[in-house]
Every structure is written in C-alpha cells, then in structure tokens.
Design a protein around this ligand. Structure first.
Ligand SMILES: NC(=O)c1ccc[n+]([C@@H]2O[C@H](COP(=O)([O-])OP(=O)(O)OC[C@H]3O[C@@H](n4cnc5c(N)ncnc54)[C@H](OP(=O)(O)O)[C@@H]3O)[C@@H](O)[C@H]2O)c1
Length: 284
C-alpha cells in the first residue's frame, strides 16, 4: 500500500496491450512500483511483460475483480475498445469495494468531457459517465490523462490520420495545416510513470496526486499537422510524390461518410467511429 507520501502498488488492465505495455515498461524502469495485471485467463491474446504479477479475473464474477484489486493503491485502465461497455463500470465498482484510492480511467485520447466534442461525438459519453460513477461511489478518485491520438497507431490507419499506405493515398481532412496534439506510446508510458511518481500531497502546493484529484490532465509528445506527416512519410519511405500516386487527396467537406461520422449516431461502425473522432479533432 501507499507508504508515506507515494503510491507503490499499481494494478493495470491491459498490461500486455498496446498502451499498457509501454506504461508497464516505464513503471518498471522507475523501480518504485509493484505492478499487477488484471488479465483474463484463457481469453487473453497478449502475454504479460516480465516482472508483472498476473491477477486472473473473470469480468462476470465481481469477487474476482475485488480480490485482484485488494491492497492496490492505483488502478490503471487500458481496455480494448471492443470490451463490453459495462466492463469499465465493473472495474470502477470493484476498485471502490477493494479500497483502491486512485483510478486512471480509459481516457487515452481526446477529452470526451469537453462539451462541444461530447455533443458531436456521443460515443465519448462513456468518459463522463465513468467519472460520475467514481465520484458517486466516493471511495476512489480519478485522474484522466488525455494523450491526444497515438502516433504509431493512428498513422497506420487510413481512417485515423488519413494515410492509406497500401494504395499510396492521403486524405486531408482540411488543407492539411491544422495541428493537433499527438503522443507516442513511450510518451504515454512515461507520462503515467511520472504522474504516479508524484507525492500524494504537497504542502507547498506543487504537483501532486491530490492536486490533480478528479481532473482531466493533458500530455502530448508534439503537435503536428497532416502535411508535416506527409513529408515525413515520403522521406522515410523514399517516395517521390511526383513519380507515383502518392498525392494528397482532399477529403470533400460534404463527403457523405464524413457527415455520417459527425452525425449524432455513428451507427456502431468502428471505422466510422475512428474517422469521426479524428475528423472532429482535425476540424477543431
Ligand atoms: N489515443 C489513441 O489514438 C487511441 C487509439 C486506440 C485506443 N485508444 C484508447 O486507449 C484504450 C486502450 O487501448 P489499447 O490499444 O492500449 O488496448 P488494447 O491493447 O486493444 O487492449 C488492452 C487490454 O484490454 C483487455 N481486455 C479486457 N476485456 C477485454 C475484452 N472483452 N476483449 C479484449 N480485450 C479485453 C486485454 O487484457 P487481457 O487480455 O490481459 O485481459 C487487452 O490486453 C482504448 O479503450 C481507447 O479508449 C486511444
């Protein structure tokens, strides 16, 4: 448990996943944490990083979640987007029952509690709901880390940053000059380890977990626009834009798909949801 003025026992959901793996590596490098991974035996498709204590759980058996979380100071949730929608709620309730004081909820992209964004993207409502639940239960506090979009993940997906590598096409969501905050996975890992290395409280009112209690905080590696990324892609792949089909392909502002994505309901299409998130962010 937390000794003196620092947390030390960290439980993580998704320790073997995309972002979780980097979070674990940074926590291990800090050498101040004991890390436990809530994981689904027989269902998990990832392996846990070395140095992590496996805590098998069954999301349909609440007591397994509570048992796995007992004695932990912090719960970090990096859940697969396809996990059933009530999974995070179960984790938050179990954390309250187990007396976990701090939760870093699933909020690793854009701030879904920002009103204009929440209005345009109802799928972000989950962020507001889970924070409300944490404060309603009243046993844990949250610190939500908004990292912006992940560079490695988003660059590889056409519907995210607009780059279709297979067909050598780029879709610009505007003129390609709007900059957005972006994080790399190692940066996400370092941000979490730095945050959890802060003192729990600081009488001098410097950075501390208490200072960020129940708040949304923002971190990013850099700001970049699509044109800069395009230049970088051309350079790294050795592609001459004049010799092939690698030309910017402006997204028509009246594209049916774009409008459908920004409509109140995305219809549950994952690719549309990704595009909706990104288009909304690029267009400010
Ligand atoms: N900023 C961005 O650009 C960006 C991009 C993608 C996602 N995100 C956000 O970040 C969160 C984490 O994404 P990620 O890519 O790091 O996660 P991920 O690697 O896809 O999955 C993380 C873990 O979720 C666990 N899990 C629990 N229930 C599951 C279920 N029913 N099906 C599948 N996995 C389940 C798995 O752990 P076990 O197998 O050990 O149980 C898995 O390793 C997402 O929910 C999303 O909100 C942000």
């Amino acid at each position: 448990m937390a000794e003196h003025n620092h947390v030390s026992k960290v439980a993580i959901v998704g320790a073997g996943g995309n972002s979780g793996n980097y979070i674990v590596q940074s926590l291990l490098a800090a050498k101040n944490f004991t890390i436990s991974a809530l994981t689904r035996p027989g269902k998990s498709t990832t392996s846990l990083p070395e140095g992590v204590i496996a805590k098998p759980v069954d999301y349909d058996v609440f007591s397994t979640l509570v048992d796995a979380l007992r004695g932990q100071d912090v719960l970090v949730i990096t859940l697969n987007v396809m996990a059933p929608p009530d999974t995070q709620e179960k984790l938050v309730r179990a954390a309250g029952e187990a007396g976990v004081k701090w939760i870093l909820p699933n909020a690793w992209a854009i701030d879904g509690t920002n009103e204009p964004i929440a209005h345009d993207l109802p799928l972000m409502a989950a962020q507001t709901k889970v924070r409300g639940l944490i404060t309603e239960i009243g046993k844990s506090s949250y610190i939500a880390l908004s990292t912006g979009f992940w560079y490695e993940w988003s660059l590889a997906i056409h519907d995210a940053f607009g780059f279709d590598f297979a067909n050598k096409k780029v879709t610009l969501f505007d003129d390609g000059n709007s900059k957005i905050p972006i994080s790399t996975w190692p940066h996400v890992g370092r941000a979490v380890a730095s945050l959890l290395s802060l003192p729990i409280s600081d009488p001098a009112k410097g950075p501390s977990l208490e200072k960020y209690r129940n708040s949304q905080e923002f971190v990013h590696s850099f700001h970049a626009n699509q044109n800069v990324m395009f230049e970088s892609v051309l350079r790294v792949t050795g592609t001459n834009p004049r010799s092939g089909p690698a030309r910017p392909n402006p997204a028509p502002s009246d594209s049916g798909r774009t409008r459908r994505c920004l409509a109140p309901q995305t219809g549950g299409h994952w690719a549309d949801a990704v595009l909706a998130l990104d288009v909304r962010r690029w267009l400010g």
